[in-house]
Design a protein around this ligand. Structure first.
Ligand SMILES: CC(C)(COP(=O)(O)OP(=O)(O)OC[C@H]1O[C@@H](n2cnc3c(N)ncnc32)[C@H](O)[C@@H]1OP(=O)(O)O)[C@@H](O)C(=O)NCCC(=O)NCCS
Length: 332
């Protein structure tokens, strides 16, 4: 019997218009274009400034583009998963708001929270559901409005993050394309080094939590950096080895975009060239669950059917994951 795999069959994306570049950021906190460029590799990031708009707005626009490009009616979608840590509200979910706005009233929909590994955890979840045969047209969107939880008085975190959303369609296939292998994990070593303390059930909002800045994300950068380099490198090398992919046979590495130095270290360990790595951190920064699909969005025209692609992510928790897939379609 031919087995069913899940394949990415379309990509859509959205970034807000407002560009916060390093020069403007250097007027807000004690930093410089030179420091950010050398230590992180970011030149600018997008910020959603429009009154009354939040993560669902980013997701809706990315999905609208995806539906248009794939010639799909909203009513055809039977599954929508939104990977995010910056939902518009505690509830309802972003997925509920998206489905309501776009008229996807029959889709099973939910949010998935795995921080910077949100897209990889989402691929694992959605692809398994598609492979089961129960879902025929699924959308996974990575959407985060990181500016809503970033402290623009803190130079150690404010240069890093941006707002964006990007969505992929996943459909069943019996062809030799789609999601082939995955390494998904969590090590529990990171919960004290990357978190947002308040606003949940442990520390509901009070004047004190606001005064303390506890509604902004906290990161102990050096510790996260070291674990990100070793974990992302290990899982990417492992998935290459166990699928017998040589560095020449790998067409694309799609790494989570957190720091250019992390990306370069992972590529070095995999023995691949810079031309084989999708990079857009310079223009968008770290958009959390959106970084990986944003790379697909940016590089879609260069992707060809059958291309060997490895995705690698790392984030709060620490959560991590690597996916090996064969790209399923040629550029339009
Ligand atoms: C955050 C990060 C960019 C900081 O880079 P770093 O090289 O580790 O820098 P450090 O935190 O050690 O700071 C080095 C110096 O630069 C200073 N510095 C920090 N941020 C600065 C900024 N924006 N501008 C100028 N100087 C800065 C520090 O104060 C420190 O100064 P000191 O030596 O006088 O004490 C880096 O650690 C990182 O990318 N971490 C991982 C992020 C990540 O992978 N996240 C994944 C999950 S989303």
């Amino acid at each position: 019997m031919t087995s069913i795999k899940a394949a990415i069959t379309g990509v859509g994306g959205y970034v807000p218009d407002y560009i916060l570049n390093n020069a403007e950021l250097s007027r807000m906190v004690d930093t410089s274009d030179e420091w950010i460029t050398q230590r992180v590799g970011i030149k600018e990031r997008r910020i959603l400034k429009e009154e009354g708009k939040a993560t669902s707005f980013l997701a809706i626009n990315a999905i609208k583009e995806l539906l248009k490009k794939t010639n799909t009616e909203p009513g055809e979608i039977d599954l929508l998963v939104v990977s995010t840590i910056t939902g518009d509200m505690r509830f309802p979910t972003v997925s509920n708001l998206v489905c309501k706005e776009l008229g996807m009233t029959t889709a099973l929909n939910f949010d998935l929270s795995a921080a910077c590994s949100g897209f990889v955890y989402g691929i694992e979840t959605v692809s398994r559901m598609v492979e089961s045969g129960a879902y025929k047209k699924a959308i996974l969107v990575g959407a985060d409005m990181m500016s809503s939880i970033t402290n623009y008085n803190d130079r150690s975190t404010s240069p890093l993050f941006g707002d964006a959303a990007a969505a992929v369609m996943l459909e069943p296939t019996t062809e030799d394309v789609g999601i082939i292998d995955r390494i998904i994990g969590f090590d529990g070593k990171g919960t004290d080094f990357l978190y947002l303390k308040a606003g949940g059930s442990l520390y509901p909002p009070t004047y004190e939590t606001i005064d303390n800045g506890d509604h902004f994300l906290f990161q102990e950068g050096k510790t996260v950096f070291k674990s990100a380099v070793s974990t992302m490198s290990d899982i990417s090398v492992d998935i290459m080895k166990r699928n017998n992919i040589s560095s020449d046979e790998l067409k694309w590495l799609v790494p989570h975009q957190a720091n250019m130095r992390i990306i370069e270290a992972v590529a070095r360990r995999m023995g691949i060239e810079r031309e084989q790595v999708m990079i857009n951190i310079d223009r968008y920064g770290n958009t959390t669950a959106a970084t990986i699909p944003m790379c697909f969005w940016d590089y879609e025209k260069q992707l060809k059917k059958g291309d060997n692609v490895i995705i690698a992510s790392f984030g709060a928790g620490f959560t991590f994951g690597s996916i090996y897939l064969k790209w399923a379609y040629d550029p339009a």
